[in-house]
Design a protein around this ligand. Structure first.
Ligand code: ADP
Ligand code: MG
Length: 261
């Protein structure tokens, strides 16, 4: 039985278009795996397909969590198996407070929600979100960066077995980024959670210290390495991982002026 969150030969997309063209990767327990890639490469599609969100079609492949197949399960069932997604664009839940939502999440697993209010306060403080978060509606009237911090608070309390963080750096300034990445690393280390972090910037990876870095481009994994790969990408960009398309490269000077012969 394979352990960890294991994605194998995953092919998925929308009606009429393949976006993920055969993705295989593993997120081991207690480790941070980073997936980097340019905009439009399929990163959010990958996170949504793993969590079972959105209307994506899975053509083939498998997503399993500690040996249990997840494809075919509803999103809430995947959550009950221990999967957690911080989406690129976190949903607002008007009318539902943080405390109510987390209480429901804990109780669905038969855990006590006593002291939840003070726990939320404590966790909020650790990511620099000092206001009384628990009484507020989930993600309503929060800035992009505040939503991400609020989701990290949820993650700390829910203690998922595996978490996917999609572009958690968007909307965060450099200090917030440092606080949030450090906190995520601490959660992985202290709870043994496996974390899949998705980003197109290397900057958040310095604090997160991923064990593995993968490059996703045009729906396939193009390279695998460690933090060194991320730092290199910061200098070189993703150009070498893109297939040059004629419409992108444009005509060459030779095409325009001829070879001179
Ligand atoms: P990334 O997160 O790497 O920027 P996405 O996974 O969001 O990339 O998108 C990959 C490609 O698939 C893009 O061209 C995007 O427009 C398209 N796409 C993603 N989701 C949908 C959807 N629900 N409907 C139509 N097109 C989509
Ligand atoms: Mg995205």
């Amino acid at each position: 039985m394979s352990s960890g969150l294991v994605i194998k030969d995953l092919v998925a997309g929308i009606e009429g278009r393949q976006i993920l063209k055969g993705i295989s990767l593993e997120v081991p327990k207690g480790e941070v795996t980073a997936v980097m890639g340019p905009n439009g490469s399929g990163k959010s599609t990958l996170s949504n397909v793993i969590m079972g969100r959105g209307s994506y079609r899975v053509d083939s492949g498998s997503v399993s969590l500690e040996g249990k197949e997840l494809l075919g399960l509803a999103t809430h069932e995947r959550a009950r198996e221990g999967l957690f997604l911080i989406s690129q664009y976190p949903s607002e839940l008007p009318g539902v407070t943080m405390e109510e939502m987390l209480e429901a999440a804990l109780e669905s697993r038969g855990e006590s929600a006593d002291k939840l209010g003070s726990e939320i306060d404590e966790q909020a403080g650790l990511v620099g979100f000092p206001e009384r978060l628990w009484g507020r509606f989930v993600n309503v009237d929060l800035s992009g960066g505040e939503k991400k911090r609020s989701e990290v608070v949820q993650m700390a309390i829910v203690k998922p077995k595996y978490a996917i963080l999609d572009e958690i750096d968007s909307g965060l300034d450099i200090d917030a980024l440092r606080a949030v990445s450090r906190r995520v690393r601490e959660i992985a280390d202290s709870t043994g959670a496996g974390v899949l972090v998705i980003t197109h910037y290397a900057r958040l990876l310095k604090e997160l210290r991923p064990e593995k870095v993968l490059v996703l481009s045009e729906g396939t994994i193009k390279a695998t390495g460690d933090i060194g790969l991320a730092l290199e990408l910061e200098k070189t960009g993703y150009q070498e991982y893109r297939e040059a398309k004629p419409e992108e490269t444009g005509p060459s000077l030779q095409d325009i002026f001829g070879s001179g012969r």
